[in-house]
Design a binder for this molecule. Structure first.
Ligand code: G4P
Length: 472
């Protein structure tokens, strides 16, 4: 979905800049540990200095964004929503998906601007409502996902059962890259199947990779000394089962959004977090090419392009202007240079674009693919959607002014059926509730959950899909 799309006339190559950037979001059902994990990442990245738990649920009660409050409490001058930090030579742009209870439009838009996500799952509660919705969006876009199973310090589900549940409920294949030794009060640590190292848990000490013990061969008697014979044997059994079921890790399957690597840990105890971050920077995708409403934009192309995915009211209530968040897709963004604004069809330039480097809100001179730039906006930008692009093009290209009105439907479902006549019959009887999407596929529009469930029950020969990806 390309919104305010900008382009310039310049030819240069930026491969080195692209390869050192990672732009991602942490997503979760509320309370699974997203805020805590984000804070730990920021600590590792040196973006914030103070260790210790953020009173995150108190933050949510007051703030529109979790990080506004962290910012206020800690005196970090960031415009929240985007946190940029450097870790081991990699420039990481972490986009905040707010802590709303409901799946928000804002979250959806933010997910259009990332190249991958880390999905946090509460190891006690398993898959929850919002996890499903978020995953649906990721699946639609083939967004690479890393799963972090959190709260291992509490008595949780059996890890194999949990993996089964995640695979079934979220319709994604998994591949564990670490494995826990028990949970709750018996939690002893995690074994990294990727690095073949054992990280031992001690609730009073914050273990990190430096404390891990290399155990290349699980038959090593050292394992028995470290975790006891019973747990060592259990780990051996689990690891051989995992090996048999999952085989070797396939990074391509992860990058294409088919398989999600899984890590276990405890964010609040900073346990398993550094290992997650270390693996993340090794396997996660660089800024990727994008499809837009106009054309395919190759990340390597020299021409600058970007889109606005979010507009924020200024944090300073005395100022009416707003901050537009521009995700750079290709080429080089430069301060004070004229770029073409597609919707306005005129050239615009920005004298005070700023970056979101977490310690400072700096005016920047340049930005590259994957970066998010904050632009002061006095009304030039709009968060468009497809409808807006269509409206704009109809007016510009055909002189046809159109107005959109919304229909009173609660959910759209894409329909498929092995027996095509069943689908034809359904659409014949439900003309008021069926439409054809832009690709020619049948879509059922339900007035309410009750209507939807009734139709599903009454039409066993028809499959109801909650996203159009079924037709991909
Ligand atoms: P969210 O952003 O996904 O909504 O979750 P958040 O990080 O705010 O965490 C929700 C609650 O879960 C917080 O507790 C947090 O401390 C706790 N939590 C996060 N990670 C872990 C973990 O690894 N183990 C355990 N046991 N708890 C964890 P709270 O009581 O709601 O707030 P607080 O007063 O502790 O900050």
């Amino acid at each position: 979905m390309f919104l305010s799309y900008l382009c310039a006339r310049e030819t240069m190559k930026y491969e080195n800049e692209i390869s050192k950037r990672r732009t991602f979001a942490i997503i979760s059902h509320p309370d699974a540990g997203k805020t805590t994990l984000t804070e730990k990442f920021l600590l590792f990245g040196g973006a914030i200095q103070t260790a210790g738990a953020v009173k995150s649920n108190k933050i949510k009660k007051h703030a529109t964004s979790d990080f506004m409050e962290i910012e206020r409490q800690r005196g970090i001058s960031v415009a929240t929503s985007v946190m940029t930090f450097e870790y081991r030579g990699v420039l990481i742009n972490l986009l905040d998906t707010r802590g709303h209870k409901d799946f928000a439009e804002d979250t959806y838009r933010t997910l259009t601007a990332v190249d991958s996500v880390v999905l946090v799952i509460d190891g006690v509660k398993g898959v929850e409502e919002q996890t499903r919705k978020l995953m649906e969006v990721c699946r639609m876009r083939d967004t690479p996902v890393i799963v972090f199973v959190n709260k291992l310090d509490r008595d949780g589900k059996d890890p194999f059962d949990l993996l089964d549940e995640i695979e079934k409920e979220l319709k994604i294949l998994l591949h564990p890259l670490s494995w826990p030794i028990n949970s709750g009060k018996d939690f002893k640590g995690v074994y990294s199947l990727y690095d073949k190292s054992l990280l031992l848990f001690n609730a009073n000490q914050k273990a990190t990779a430096e404390d891990s013990v290399q155990i290349d061969n699980l038959d090593d008697p050292l394992l028995n000394n470290l975790v006891g014979e019973k747990d060592a044997d259990q780990l051996r059994d689990d690891a051989s089962l995992i090996d048999g079921v999952y085989g070797n890790f396939d990074n391509e399957a992860y990058l294409s959004g088919i398989k999600a690597p899984v890590f276990f840990g405890s964010a609040i105890n900073n346990f398993g977090v550094k290992e997650l971050l270390d693996t993340f920077i090794r396997i996660s995708p660089e800024p990727r090419s994008r499809d837009t409403t106009a054309r395919h934009v190759d990340v390597q192309e020299d021409k600058f392009s970007g889109f606005i995915f979010k507009i924020h009211a200024n944090l300073d209530p005395k100022h009416r202007d707003r901050i537009a968040f521009l995700r750079v897709c290709s080429g080089k963004f430069e301060r004070n240079k004229y770029f073409h604004h597609v919707r306005l069809d005129r050239d615009v330039r920005f004298s005070n674009p700023y970056s979101f480097l977490a310690r400072d809100k700096d005016v920047i001179e340049t930005a590259y693919p994957g970066d998010v730039v904050g632009l002061f906006d006095t009304g030039n930008f709009k968060i468009g959607d497809q409808f807006e692009v269509i409206q704009y093009r109809l007016l510009q290209e055909y002189g046809a002014s159109v107005q959109f009105n919304s229909l009173p439907f609660y959910k759209a479902c894409w329909l498929t059926a092995e027996d095509k006549s069943k689908l034809e019959e359904f659409t014949r009887f439900k003309t008021a509730n069926t439409v054809i999407d832009k690709d020619g596929h049948v879509v059922y529009l339900a007035q309410s959950d009750w209507f939807l469930n009734t139709e599903i029950a009454n039409n066993p020969g028809i499959q109801f899909h909650f996203s159009s990806e079924i037709h991909k």
